[in-house]
Design a protein around this ligand. Structure first.
Ligand code: ATP
Length: 386
């Protein structure tokens, strides 16, 4: 890159893209800190790639701005931006060997003495000694490393990664996730990584932005998003959550320390600092691994809250057994128990007490109209007159 000044933070301000009647990106405003590893996470079609393409300059925004530090780059052509992209399909030149693929960018800019830098990049991505091979003589993971080296040699201020590990098998994918994280911390370049894989986003990124329908639902450190989701979408997209429809009665207890909630006539409470909503319709949430199982209420630790139910399914998945329970009210709950002790699994039909520490519960706002409509639709027979 010709521009060697520090880029500063990447800022998107009210960034919007409409394709005809489709709003792909809907007024996105966010800041990606310089040198951070940022993941845009969301389901297919939520607008991740379009956002990346607007940052790269490959797509013209319908509205809003892209800023690098104090510089507005919204109107700049792609090659004028200190930004490079690594795509899922690698896009290597098939007729060039690895060395020449990596050297391509600097040579195009007229640099001649590139050998040392190319060798340094090949070492960075652990491809020493493979410079003379052609792309078709490399594994998928090795090709992805070449693509990474080829982008990084241009010293971009921001590296955009669009599902770069999508074509790799699971094991290699996990290995490359750690590898990408190592490379990012070594080079200190801002990485913006697009993925629909929540585990991938959480493994690698300092900050994850969960996207839904062109908007950011929640942005934060992976552990914060997981432990304290802001919306029902995030609670169920990032891992699994048990969400009980309930009614909240405002803050109570000493200095408003708790929020009492009622579900199916039964009272529970959630610490105020874990409540995103404290009045009216809410979801009472508990993660499946935080839901413990006991034979009777006499066995519960002090302070735990509980519901009773029966086991309707049990799946052994190696590290844990995943139980599906049905409460007396008909709600379905997941409980994951670690397979750390020997002992039998609970049989289908077994009565159980599912209990949790209120410090592990959370409260989310629930839109009553939307939830009720969804419930009605689910119950309606197909083809019923509306
Ligand atoms: P995926 O994970 O499947 O790649 P994504 O989150 O990256 O999805 P985008 O590719 O950004 O999603 O697409 C967002 C929305 O914009 C989708 O509804 C898509 O159909 C639409 N879209 C994207 N590109 C175009 C285009 N060139 N013309 C019309 N609609 C488009």
């Amino acid at each position: 890159m010709a521009d060697q000044t520090p880029a500063g933070d990447l800022r998107l301000v009210d960034l919007t893209k409409r394709f005809g009647g489709v709003t792909a990106v809907d007024g996105l405003t966010l800041t990606v800190g310089q040198g951070s590893f940022f993941a845009l996470l969301g389901a297919s079609g939520c607008g991740k790639t379009t956002t990346l393409r607007m940052i790269a300059g490959l797509e013209r925004p319908t509205g809003g701005q892209v800023l690098l530090g104090d510089r507005d780059v919204t109107g700049l052509r792609p090659h004028k931006r200190p930004v490079n992209t690594v795509f899922q399909n690698y896009a290597l030149f098939p007729h060039l060997n690895v060395f020449d693929n990596v050297a391509f960018g600097p040579r195009r800019r007229g640099l001649r003495a590139v050998d040392d830098e190319v060798l340094r990049m090949l070492t960075l991505v652990q491809l020493d000694g493979l410079g003379q091979r052609r792309p078709d003589q490399l594994s998928g993971g090795q090709q992805q490393r070449v693509a990474l080296a080829r982008a990084l040699i241009n010293r971009p201020r921001v590296l955009l990664l669009d599902e770069p590990l999508g074509a790799l098998d699971l094991k290699l994918r996990r290995q490359m996730q750690l590898e990408l994280k190592r490379v990012q911390s070594e080079v200190g370049v801002t990485f913006v990584h697009v993925t629909h894989d929540q585990e991938e986003a959480m493994t690698m990124a300092d900050t994850v932005a969960v996207m839904n329908a062109g908007r950011i639902e929640q942005l934060g450190a992976p552990a914060d998003l997981y432990e304290y989701p802001a919306t029902a979408f995030v609670a169920t997209f990032l891992g699994q959550s048990n969400l009980l429809a309930a009614e909240a009665a405002g803050f109570a207890g000493p200095a408003g320390s708790d929020v009492p909630v009622t579900a199916h006539g039964t009272r529970f409470s959630v610490p105020a600092h874990r409540a995103r909503a404290a009045h009216g319709p809410v979801y009472l949430g508990v993660r499946p691994e935080k839901l413990h199982l006991a034979d009777s209420v006499d066995q519960l630790p002090a302070g735990h809250q509980h519901v009773t139910g029966i086991v309707t399914d049990a799946s052994y998945v190696g590290v844990s057994t995943q139980y599906l329970l049905r409460t007396g009210w008909g709600d379905e709950l997941w409980a994951f128990t670690a397979n750390t002790a020997s002992g039998g699994r609970l049989p289908i039909g077994a009565p159980v007490v599912a209990h949790w520490d209120p410090e592990h519960a959370f409260l989310l706002p629930r839109a009553p109209a939307a939830a009720d409509q969804a419930a009605v639709k689910l119950d309606e027979p197909v083809g019923a007159p509306s």
